[in-house]
Design a protein around this ligand. Structure first.
Ligand SMILES: [Zn+2]
Length: 253
């Protein structure tokens, strides 16, 4: 059976002299492994169409859970991501993250769109904006995956969160939301400023088109980073290889 799917390449590996395997994240089938025989050596179109981050339509044959690539019509190749090592590393992290949370047999159009908008922003805004784009992606991805933290009510008693620029807000990661002063007790919480609380709201609700269009002060980015680190570790429970590499790059700088 010949099928056509829309998706993006999360991983590519060469097998032997000329064959390739790619991991695709598709709208229709979620994450799938696809064989691309002879893609490496003999077919230029197939070689460039099977590179990391290529987004487009993939035509393949399907036999049970085995897919073989027949043709690619790329829509975006994101090749500018390769011009800067830092930008490329962050983009690789996005791909690793998606690869970790995506499921075979279950497409997630929202997650696919989020990935595309994230890569576009990395490509357009460059290495200065990498960390902000990464944190925005992480928080929104948690929302898309159903791990949206409760920000508007205390997760213990349900009291609406008061809006007060002078206040610090306590997030209780184990329960996935804001906890009020009265309920907090000795719980291990992360605290954040009103601005951070406000920006988290924005990230979880903004349309993808304008999601990355904001500026924040370094301390807000740091607080958002702490929230993301805690929640991503809590829900995804996996160290990312690409993050270790980014850290080693930053230590060099
Ligand atoms: Zn409470």
């Amino acid at each position: 059976m010949v099928i056509k799917v829309t998706g993006i390449i999360l991983k590519e590996y060469v097998v032997g002299e000329s064959d390739k395997f790619i991991t695709l994240f598709t709208k229709e089938l979620g994450k799938i492994q696809v064989g691309a025989p002879r893609a490496k050596k003999f077919d230029k179109g197939m070689a460039s169409g099977t590179e990391l981050f290529v987004y487009g339509e993939f035509v393949m044959t399907q036999f049970k859970h085995t897919y073989k690539l027949v043709g690619v019509e790329p829509q975006f190749t994101f090749h500018h991501l390769r011009e800067d090592l830092m930008t490329l590393s962050y983009a690789s992290y996005i791909a690793e993250f998606i690869s970790e949370v995506a499921i075979e047999g279950s497409g997630n159009e929202q997650l696919l769109s989020l990935m595309l908008y994230t890569l576009h922003s990395l490509e357009k805004m460059g290495s200065e904006a990498c960390e902000r784009i990464r944190r925005t992606f992480e928080m929104r991805a948690l929302g898309v995956l159903g791990f949206r933290p409760e920000l508007d009510h205390c997760i213990s008693c349900g009291t609406p969160t008061p809006q007060n620029p002078d206040k610090r807000y306590a997030l209780y990661p184990a329960e996935g939301g804001i906890i009020c002063e009265a309920c907090k007790g000795a719980a291990r919480v992360l605290t954040m400023s009103y601005t951070t609380w406000y920006v988290l709201h924005y990230i979880l609700g903004a349309p993808f088109k304008t999601l990355f269009h904001f500026e924040i002060k370094p301390y807000v980015l740091k607080e958002i980073g702490n929230v993301c680190d805690t929640l991503v570790t809590y829900y995804i429970e996996k160290p990312f290889k690409t993050l270790e590499f980014i850290k080693s790059l930053e230590n060099l700088a």
